[in-house]
Design a protein around this ligand. Structure first.
Ligand SMILES: C[S@@+](CC[C@H](N)C(=O)[O-])C[C@H]1O[C@@H](n2cnc3c(N)ncnc32)[C@H](O)[C@@H]1O
Ligand SMILES: [Zn+2]
Length: 362
């Protein structure tokens, strides 16, 4: 048995139950998202383990009206119940496989935090939302090597999309998960609206609002497409279908189908930042920094430019400082740092303009 404390919650974790202290940041930022939703929530913390996530969500947010733990392991359910009691949090619990319990459960907010891919649980997840008109899905994926890398076969198998092993692979990986969510949502006549999405350490996270409407479901499907990338010259673009390089006319590599819509909602992120200011999380500063980077990503193309990778492809010699490149681009364009990588830029400038700002000489 291990005795632990996370953001003021004291709890114990038996040896057979999972707990990862490195996910504290993820739990804190997700708890802010729960608070920013504002509506009263019937929240199911599926994949409960020690219960720390659900307990924090309920203890930190007044709008959580009802909490249910759900886990396939009896030892996890017992630990979560004990930890809830210690922290004076009321919770119901369900012991069993989410696939079995989905048909007899409902939720406004469902947390899906399995080991590895969330993909096999999406269909079950959407069953929790019947007959809700609006609901919230919070998903964590730790199969980053599959989504963001060279494991094409595994990604095609689990997500029905081709990944792209290149300098902006973390964004395409995140967009591939959201595509899969949009597809499953559409089968339930629901449209999706990502509120918060990010890549951090060894995981990808997204919190999505879903609304029941055949029209919205179709609108979401129309936001799926591909990102094309020229390995020869570094050109990239997004479109419904993969495209040839418009710069050197080579055949491109591509990722997709993936989500080409927004990854976040600006008003939602602002609300989260406001709530964060009132909390005393140990990672308050890092959370605010992350949220500010996410805010700036809204409205920009679904990929970024890693200046070191680009420089390796296009020129020799020193690369100008990232802030210098950004300020040059900002004369006529939007240009920001991105949370995906601290040596990368998100911008609406065209490729040639970026190369010019990097002082590339052909
Ligand atoms: C990664 S841990 C969850 C961590 C937890 N959410 C946290 O923040 O500390 C995954 C948990 O899901 C449970 N689990 C795995 N497969 C499941 C299934 N099919 N249905 C329900 N629970 C499952 C495991 O027993 C384990 O406790
Ligand atoms: Zn090219």
């Amino acid at each position: 048995m291990i005795f632990l404390e996370e953001e003021g919650i004291k709890f114990t974790v038996p040896k057979t139950v999972f707990y990862n202290p490195n996910m504290q940041f993820c739990r804190s930022i997700s708890s802010l998202a729960v608070g920013a939703i504002g509506d009263k929530l019937d929240l199911v913390d599926a994949f409960t383990a020690s219960g720390i996530r659900g307990i924090r969500y309920a203890k930190e947010n007044k709008n959580v009206k009802h909490l249910t733990f759900l886990d396939i392991e009896k030892s996890a359910i017992n630990a979560a119940k004990k930890n809830a009691k210690t922290n004076k949090v009321k919770a119901d619990s369900k012991h069993g496989n989410i696939s079995k319990l989905a048909l007899e459960s409902t939720a406004d907010f469902l947390e899906i935090d399995p080991f590895g891919t969330p993909s096999p649980y999406l269909l079950d997840g959407f069953r929790f939302f019947n007959p809700k008109k609006t609901a919230y899905l919070s998903i964590t994926a730790t199969d980053v090597a599959v989504l963001c890398g060279g494991k094409t076969a595994a990604c095609m198998k689990n997500y029905h999309s081709k990944p792209l092993n290149n300098e902006f692979t973390h964004e395409t990986g995140l967009r591939i998960i959201i595509k899969k969510i949009a597809e499953v949502a559409a089968e339930f006549n629901m449209g999706i609206s990502p509120l918060l999405s990010f890549s951090d350490k060894h995981y990808l996270k997204t919190v999505i609002m879903v609304k029941r409407s055949a029209d919205l479901a179709y609108k979401s499907m129309k936001k799926l497409g591909h990102v094309s990338y020229c390995r020869k010259c570094g050109f990239r673009t997004s479109s419904q279908f993969p495209q040839q390089c418009r710069k050197c006319t080579s055949a491109t590599d591509y990722a997709g189908p993936l989500w080409l819509g927004e990854l976040h909602n600006l008003a939602f992120l602002k609300k989260m930042r406001k709530i964060n200011q009132k909390r005393s999380y140990s990672e308050k500063g890092q959370i605010d920094h992350m949220l500010s980077l996410l805010e700036n990503e809204i409205g920009l193309p679904p990929y970024y430019y890693n200046i070191h990778a680009l420089s390796k492809l296009k020129r020799t010699g020193d690369v100008p400082k990232i802030d210098v490149i950004i300020s040059r681009l900002r004369k006529n364009h939007k240009a920001y740092r991105t949370h995906f990588s601290n040596v990368s830029i998100k911008t609406d400038a065209l490729y040639d303009t970026i190369l010019e700002a990097m002082e590339w000489k052909s």
